[in-house]
Design a protein around this ligand. Structure first.
Ligand SMILES: [Zn+2]
Length: 285
């Protein structure tokens, strides 16, 4: 399955905000460090989502199709051989854009690598971006915005990805890791119940579990001899690698990743937390 950017990514939050205000751009450049295509799919999902206010809901059929690259109104344009796009491809696109969307209100074109667009292509695209039908949206992925002509740039909003590495896990995630590091059932059950009672939203739980998963993955590296990073995240990872046997740590890491991903699609946070609790009991057994 194709990937979307993580909910914790500031760009994901920004996109949700824009969607809430009906302010998603019809032309954007996705630049910066990280998975730009995953970010573009996230925006495309927000554009075609039928889930209501919080877009992308990541639960409706449209979101799922966008995430899996099978939505008929979301097209990823690229040359698999990393060459320039052919003239024919760009011409075909110029006609395709005037065919109304199949299922969604919008039709989204994702240019996976703007380096594949030469000047001639870009001039053709400029016309479509400027004069194309209002339902069409264009997302250009590029190392830097300068891969595109100034004329195109001036029509686009630039959305930057910041790599995920410089993002510290939240205190909530560290607290959860410290509880797991204790290696006991009851404190973990109490902690998970208190999380459930805090009426966490699904997206917040996803961020929390992704963070906890990253700490657990770091703990696995520590267990195989890596030196801990200074700081609270490093301390929490060190506590996990000291507190749990290697098989338990591996199972915990897998299960955190699993339930973080579940949050993307699954039913309420209560269900995910309950399942996580049951899994923790199995890990300790
Ligand atoms: Zn949706």
């Amino acid at each position: 399955m194709a990937q979307l950017i993580a909910e914790r990514d500031p760009l994901a939050r920004h996109v949700r905000q824009l969607a809430r205000h009906e302010a998603l751009p019809h032309a954007a450049i996705l630049s910066g460090t990280g998975d730009r295509l995953a970010a573009a799919r996230f925006i495309a999902a927000a554009l075609v989502c039928r889930g209501g206010d919080d877009r992308p809901c990541l639960r409706c059929a449209a979101c799922r199709k966008a995430a899996e690259d099978i939505h008929p109104d979301v097209r990823v344009v690229r040359d698999e051989d990393k060459k320039e796009l052919s003239v024919e491809a760009v011409r075909a696109l110029r006609q395709d854009v005037y065919i109304r969307p199949n299922e969604a209100e919008r039709k989204v074109y994702i240019f996976a690598d703007s380096d594949q667009l030469n000047e001639r292509d870009q001039n053709v695209l400029l016309k479509i971006v400027e004069e194309g039908p209002p339902y069409a949206a264009f997302l250009f992925c590029a190392d830097t915005a300068t891969a595109l002509l100034p004329t195109i740039r001036s029509r686009c909003v630039e959305l930057k990805l910041r790599g995920e590495d410089d993002q510290e896990p939240s205190e909530q995630a560290l607290a959860l890791c410290r509880v797991f590091a204790g290696g006991e059932l009851l404190p973990a059950v109490q902690h998970l119940v208190s999380l459930e009672n805090s009426r966490l939203k699904r997206e917040q739980l996803q961020v929390l579990l992704e963070d906890a998963w990253r700490v657990a993955a770091e703990a696995l590296l520590l267990a195989s001899g890596k030196t801990p990073q200074p700081g609270p995240a490093g301390d929490a990872a060190a506590a996990l690698s000291r507190g749990l046997s290697l098989p338990r740590l591996q199972k915990l890491t897998d299960c955190l990743r699993h339930y973080a991903a579940e949050c993307r699609y699954n039913v309420g946070p209560g269900h995910v937390l309950g399942a996580l609790c049951a899994r923790w009991e199995e890990i300790l057994a």
